[in-house]
Write a protein that binds this ligand. Structure first.
Ligand SMILES: [Zn+2]
Length: 101
């Protein structure tokens, strides 16, 4: 799961995959104000930059500020979550959606 947030006026992009090598902590990266090193975080950053450009905003910080729902740091934590994700099986090597609560 990847998300964006503004800390100290800078945008960072974090992912739960553990980054390159799988050893990163998203919490530590968040505390340091640095983005995760994986392609998911870079993809989210590129998407936000492109959205900001399309909306005529100066940068991703302006986008996240103008649309606070995109800024994970601006919303209160949820007590519950409902996540759908994809996984694979060893037998069929297929991808299918799994609902996780
Ligand atoms: Zn990732």
């Amino acid at each position: 799961m990847v998300w964006a947030q503004i800390e100290d006026g800078r945008a960072s992009y974090l992912c739960t995959c553990g980054g390159i090598g799988g050893g990163e902590s998203a919490d530590l990266r968040s505390w340091l104000g640095t983005s995760s090193s994986c392609c998911h975080a870079r993809g989210m950053q590129a998407s936000c930059a492109e959205l900001a450009n399309a909306a005529g905003l100066a940068d991703d910080v302006a986008l996240l500020t103008a649309h606070a729902v995109l800024d994970n740091a601006s919303v209160a934590p949820q007590a519950e979550c409902d996540v759908s994700f994809a996984t694979t099986t060893a037998k069929k090597k297929a991808v299918f959606a799994v609902r996780f609560q």
